[in-house]
Design a protein around this ligand. Structure first.
Ligand SMILES: *Cc1c(COP(=O)(O)O)cnc(C)c1O
Length: 355
């Protein structure tokens, strides 16, 4: 398939202060878009000015949420070059989601090539200030106007991007986690392992409740026994327990995070034993009180690593250390992973894709 580059008439105002970027509000000049129709396949791939879509009010995505998305980043390196982090992993996961949601698959290599072209054209938008990056959002939506419940026959696939600020200004800051004993995120057989909009819509209520009580994130337990740890907000979670790195297994209810995957590799290389098994709430409380559990952190593209300072479940709260200090292993994993992303450390795994 050809990729057309459409002319750009107006440039948006440039960013004035890279240290004051709000997440996900300001987008680059261009976007990638392509269309799909059953019988015709993907067509009209183009890089065009960033602009609104015209969607029929009956577009199926608006009613039945047939939608998937991805999240990855481009990093500005000290020599000015731009690097993507494991982008093909994102497009593979996108296709995995497409199959589950009865949507058409995309050509992973073509998407990567189109993404690189988009970032090359909008390279000026990749910020330079310490800790900043360009957040990239591929998405696919069912655009066919039809009110029946069935897989659509028309889709839009697109990529937009926004410069984002340093998540941590002044070092990693441990967060307070609220463990929900009532709301669940995903059940076995559901769509928990897919980045599909409905999962996130369904999580808002619990997240708002946690925020109103003063917590930063919700920790989701399994839907069946409400006892086993799944993930935190939109992050995977890892614990340092008896000196081993413990994280929930991939059994269909949690996202197969690329940051999680990378952290597990780095942890093994640091000599840590990795256990993929679900921790229980009891283990969290007993482990933190006895000192067997020394650190915990969330992993995800937006934050890389988010240390956990305390857990609250019903009327019990437990702190890790003083609740405000980032653990040694957490800090080391953060420094290593972000070092590879920004090119301060060598990429020995082939994770970095230069433009
Ligand atoms: C995106 C996401 C993650 C993290 O995945 P990464 O590939 O590391 O960014 C974890 N959990 C949920 C629910 C997510 O949506």
């Amino acid at each position: 398939m050809d990729l057309k580059i459409l002319p750009l008439e107006n440039l948006k105002p440039r960013i004035e202060d890279e240290t004051k970027l709000d997440f996900g509000k300001q987008f680059t000049d261009r976007m990638f878009v392509m269309n799909y129709r059953t019988g015709q396949g993907w067509h009209d791939a183009r890089i065009q000015p960033y602009q609104s879509f015209s969607l029929d009010p009956a577009a199926m995505v608006l009613h039945y949420a047939q939608e998937i998305f991805e999240g990855l980043k481009a990093f500005r390196r000290p020599d000015g070059q731009i690097a993507l982090f494991r982008p093909l992993d994102n497009f593979r996961r996108f296709n995995h989601g497409a199959r589950r949601m009865c949507m058409p698959e995309i050509d992973e290599a073509f998407m990567l090539q189109s993404l690189k072209e988009l970032i090359r054209l909008d390279a000026d938008w990749v910020p330079r200030a310490e800790g900043t990056s360009l957040y990239i959002r591929p998405a696919m939506i069912a655009s066919e106007p039809m009110l029946g419940v069935r897989p659509a026959d028309e889709y839009l696939c697109y990529i937009i991007a926004c410069p984002v600020g340093a998540y941590y200004k002044g070092g990693l800051a441990p967060v307070k986690i609220w463990i929900s004993d009532h709301y669940v995120r995903a059940a076995h057989g559901g769509t928990g392992e897919v980045k599909t909009g409905g999962n996130y819509a369904a999580s808002l209520f619990a997240a708002r409740e946690a925020a109103s009580k003063g917590y930063d994130q919700v920790l989701w337990l399994d839907a069946k026994d409400k006892k086993y740890v799944e993930e935190v907000g939109s992050m995977n979670i890892c614990f340092l327990y008896d000196g081993k790195l413990v994280t929930s297994p991939l059994k269909g209810t949690i996202l197969d995070g690329i940051t999680r995957r990378s952290v597990l590799t780095l942890a093994r290389e640091m000599g840590l034993t990795v256990e993929e098994r679900a921790m229980t709430i009891e283990e969290i409380f007993a482990g933190a009180e006895s000192g067997r559990m020394t650190e915990a952190f969330g992993t995800g593209t937006a934050v890389v690593i988010s240390p956990v300072g305390q857990f609250t479940y019903q009327d019990r709260t437990v702190k890790l250390g003083d609740g405000q200090t980032t653990g040694e292993v957490t800090q080391k994993l953060y420094d290593t992973l972000s070092g590879i992303q920004y090119g301060r450390l060598p990429d020995t795994h082939g994770w970095v894709e230069l433009l």
